[in-house]
Design a protein around this ligand. Sequence first.
Ligand SMILES: CC(C)(COP(=O)(O)OP(=O)(O)OC[C@H]1O[C@@H](n2cnc3c(N)ncnc32)[C@H](O)[C@@H]1OP(=O)(O)O)[C@@H](O)C(=O)NCCC(=O)NCCS
Length: 163
Amino acid sequence: MKAGKQEMPSFRMARPSDIERLYALEYQEQAYPWSYEILEGTLDSGRHRVGLYEFHEEIVGYFAALSVADEYTLLNLLVSTQYRGRGFGRTMLNKLISMAKAEAETIFLEVRVSNLSAINLYLSVGFVEIGQRRGYYPAKKGREDALLMALPLIKNEKLFSGI
Ligand SMILES: CC(C)(COP(=O)(O)OP(=O)(O)OC[C@H]1O[C@@H](n2cnc3c(N)ncnc32)[C@H](O)[C@@H]1OP(=O)(O)O)[C@@H](O)C(=O)NCCC(=O)NCCS
């Protein structure tokens, strides 16, 4: 069923049984999609937090993060192309941030330097650049650098001094 104009997608944590639909979304939307095995590993792990938004049976987007000690690492954030530019990316990210606040002090992520939509989104919710990784990603021509970004969830003088 297609979403109505005023309808909001509902949130829930992903389940192992979502794998086929998430894999289809990855394959359809990403230039370098996650493999079935990687997805399977994140859905079947006590350390990963995978949340999705859906209209009935249609997945609007999802995020995946790794929770280790007092750190979250955002591994994936994806909104289906037809739903982009409508605030769902920010809604998903804010959901992840509120989840992280319950168990972490900092969220880290890497993003392609060319991915301005995602970088703008991350900056808009308070992430700051803390470094770069040269040639981190495969690219059409050679490799592409990553920006390393972080969002402090509590005051973290050591990590963020000088920023
Ligand atoms: C990045 C992504 C999740 C954003 O989702 P979205 O639902 O389109 O984003 P929103 O509508 O919530 O927009 C939130 C902010 O993101 C930024 N943004 C979104 N699309 C943008 C665009 N085309 N150009 C520049 N900035 C953009 C803006 O800062 C925007 O805030 P604004 O509307 O107040 O200007 C989406 O583009 C996506 O899934 N991309 C492919 C996967 C990906 O690259 N994920 C990030 C991996 S690190």
